[in-house]
Write a protein that binds this ligand. Structure first.
Ligand code: ADP
Length: 337
C-alpha cells in the first residue's frame, strides 16, 4: 500500500470508504479511525480494510437481481403480447365470421319471394353493424398507437363544456331509450369553460355512454351530471348496471382488459375503449376516476381544469355527431334489451 489518496487525516477519517493506490492500481478500502495511547501519547490509529472483493460481490449480486427483474419483465411482456394477439384475432374474426355468414345467407335468398327480400334489409343491417365494429376496432388501435408514439394531435380550444356535454347527451336520448334505458342530464352550473379537443370529447362521451348502455340491464338508468369541484369541471357518467368488482377497477383502463374474459362472456368488446378514453382525457390535461359497486352500478368521472373565460373568446359548439359515428361507437351492443 503506497499512500492514501487524501493526505489530510481529517479528510480520510470523515469518509468511510476511499480508493487507495496499491502498486499502481486502485483498490477500495474502508477506514476506521480510533484513538490509542502510544509511547505515552494519544495517537490516531487508522484501520484500513481492503473491501474490493466485497464490493465486487455486491455489484455482482445487484446485477443478478437486475437481470432477474429484466427476465420477469420480458416474460410478462411476452404474456401480454400473446394475450394481445389472441384477443385481437378473436375480435377480428367474430365480425368477419358474422359478415361472411350474412353474405352467404343473402346469396341463398330467392329474390322472387317477398319474405326473402325483407330479409336482405335484416342481413345488410348485420353486415353494416359488423363493419362498424371492425372499423371501430381498427381506428381505436391506430389511435392508441398514434397517441403512445406522440403522433396524435389534439386541437385544444375553449368551449363551454356544459353546453358540449349536454348536446352530446341529448342527441343520444332516443337511441338509449330504444334500448329500454332512461337517460337524464343534470347540471349544477350554466356555463363552465375549459380547453378541450372537441373530437376527443365526443369520442369519450360516446365510449362511456356505450359502456353504460352495454352493462346496464333493461329498465336501468344512466345519469350524466356536471359540476365544479376544486377548480375543475367534473363530468360524471353514472349507471345502475352490473358494476365492476374492486380488484378489476384499475385493470379496465389497461388495454384489452375486460372484467369477464371468458369466451362465452355475455358482452362483446375488445377491451380497448377505456384505455383510449383515459389516454384522450390525459392528452387534454384531464383525469378519469371510477367509483363502482358490483351489482349496483358504475360512475366514471372525467375532470378538466376550468379556465376563467372573462378574457377569452369561446368557440360555439355545433353538434356534429353523424349517425355513422354513433353507430360505430355503439357497434358492440348486440343484445336487444
Ligand atoms: P369493451 O370494449 O370490452 O367494453 P372497455 O375498455 O370499454 O372495453 O371496457 C373494459 C371493461 O370494463 C369492459 O369489458 C367491462 O368489463 C368493464 N366496464 C366498462 N364500463 C362499464 C360499466 N359502465 N359497467 C360495468 N362494467 C364496465
Amino acid at each position: 500500500m503506497e499512500k492514501f489518496l487524501g493526505t489530510d487525516t481529517n479528510t480520510i477519517s470523515a469518509v468511510e470508504q476511499v480508493l487507495v493506490n496499491v502498486q499502481g492500481g486502485l483498490i477500495d478500502v474502508e477506514i476506521d479511525r480510533t484513538k490509542a495511547v502510544v509511547d505515552g501519547k494519544m495517537m490516531d490509529i487508522y484501520i484500513v480494510r481492503d473491501i474490493s472483493e466485497k464490493l465486487r460481490a455486491q455489484a455482482y449480486k445487484e446485477s443478478l437481481i437486475e437481470k432477474e427483474k429484466q427476465l420477469i419483465e420480458s416474460k410478462e411482456y411476452d404474456r401480454i403480447r400473446t394475450e394481445f394477439f389472441a384477443n385481437i384475432s378473436h375480435e377480428l374474426r367474430t365480425p368477419i365470421n358474422i359478415i361472411s355468414s350474412a353474405v352467404q345467407l343473402i346469396d341463398s335468398l330467392d329474390l322472387d319471394k317477398t319474405n326473402d327480400i325483407n330479409n336482405i334489409t335484416k342481413f345488410s343491417g348485420i353486415i353494416r353493424q359488423n363493419c362498424s365494429r371492425l372499423l371501430r376496432l381498427v381506428n381505436n388501435l391506430i389511435d392508441i398507437t398514434r397517441i403512445e408514439s406522440g403522433f396524435y394531435k389534439v386541437k385544444m380550444e375553449l368551449y363551454n363544456i356544459v353546453n358540449v356535454v349536454e348536446e352530446i347527451t341529448l342527441s343520444l336520448v332516443n337511441y338509449i331509450e330504444s334500448k329500454g334505458l332512461t337517460i337524464t342530464f343534470d347540471t349544477y352550473i350554466e356555463e363552465c369553460y375549459a380547453y378541450c379537443d372537441i373530437d376527443s370529447i365526443e369520442r369519450i362521451m360516446l365510449n362511456l355512454l356505450a359502456n353504460a348502455v352495454k352493462f346496464t340491464d333493461t329498465g336501468g338508468e344512466i345519469v350524466v351530471t356536471i359540476y365544479e369541484e376544486n377548480n375543475k369541471i367534473v363530468i360524471s357518467v353514472k349507471d345502475n348496471g352490473i358494476g365492476i368488482p374492486t380488484e378489476k377497477k384499475q385493470a379496465i383502463f389497461e388495454r384489452f382488459r375486460q372484467v369477464d374474459k371468458t369466451l362465452g362472456r355475455k358482452y362483446e368488446g375488445s377491451g380497448i375503449g377505456l384505455s383510449l378514453v383515459k389516454l384522450l382525457v390525459e392528452l387534454q390535461n384531464g383525469n378519469i376516476t371510477l367509483t363502482s359497486e358490483l351489482n349496483e352500478g358504475s360512475d366514471f368521472k372525467i375532470m378538466f381544469p376550468i379556465v376563467d373565460n372573462t378574457l377569452n373568446e369561446e368557440n360555439i359548439y355545433n353538434l356534429n355527431l353523424k349517425a355513422d359515428r354513433v353507430n360505430m361507437e355503439f357497434s358492440d351492443i348486440y343484445f336487444e334489451k
